[in-house]
Every structure is written in structure tokens, then in C-alpha cells.
Ligand binder design. Structure first.
Ligand SMILES: [Zn+2]
Length: 128
């Protein structure tokens, strides 16, 4: 007989269990750490830590480990993509802009994005 009170929660739990099983099947290992948000057990897959319940990457910074070692390659790639699109956007704005104060502002932004890209490159090379 179905439990009418907790039906939804049971469904959710089943889905989470299935996700965990899928993770294990795809070569993930279960960690002793739990998710800081939902306290589900965390899984490590391809060097990244995932919470199957939140269905997202979790970053755990342990003492003596730097954050850059824990940020997955995919994280760097997505940050890089965002920065590149912002950079492009700012360059387009510079093309159209005439006011010196605005140009100065945009110039600062472009330099900042270039700096960030340089930093990402540096962090990426440290990982490998
Ligand atoms: Zn979680």
C-alpha cells in the first residue's frame, strides 16, 4: 500500500539512490565526507566531488590543501568561458564608445579580465 503522507519524499529518496548507484557504476567512489548543504554522502568522480542529492559539484577545502587543487578542470573552463564572453562584450563596447571616462572604465575592465585569464592559465598549469 502506498504511503500517501510521504509519497513525494519517498520518490525523491528513490531518485537520489538511483543517482548514487549511477555514480558508483560510472566509477565514482563514495567519500566519508558529507554535503555541507544536505548532508548526503559525497562522491568523487574524475577528481571532482559531487553531491548526488544537490546534483552539483561540492568543494571541500581541507587544511593544507589549496582551493586551486580542489577546483575541477570543468570549473576553470566555465570561468574561462564567462570571462572570455565578458571580455568580448567589453571590447565591443569600446569600439562603440566615444566618451573618454567610459573608455577608461572599459579599459580597466579589459585589463582585469586579461588578468583573470592569466591567473586561470597559471592555476591550470599548476594542477597538471
Ligand atoms: Zn547536497
Amino acid at each position: 500500500m502506498p504511503d500517501s503522507r510521504g509519497g513525494k519524499i519517498v520518490d525523491e529518496k528513490k531518485r537520489n539512490l538511483k543517482r548514487m548507484a549511477d555514480l558508483l557504476k560510472s566509477g565514482a567512489t563514495m567519500l566519508s565526507d558529507s554535503c555541507p548543504e544536505c548532508s548526503s554522502p559525497l562522491f568523487k568522480i574524475r577528481g571532482e566531488i559531487w553531491c548526488p542529492t544537490c546534483n552539483k559539484q561540492v568543494l571541500i577545502v581541507k587544511e593544507g590543501e589549496s582551493a586551486s587543487n580542489l577546483i575541477g578542470q570543468s570549473m576553470f573552463d566555465s570561468v574561462e568561458k564567462i570571462v572570455l564572453s565578458k571580455l568580448q562584450q567589453n571590447i565591443q563596447q569600446i569600439k562603440k564608445e566615444e566618451a573618454p571616462s567610459k573608455l577608461n572604465e572599459l579599459g580597466v575592465l579589459v585589463l582585469m579580465w586579461l588578468d583573470v585569464l592569466e591567473k586561470i592559465k597559471e592555476l591550470k598549469s599548476k594542477r597538471s
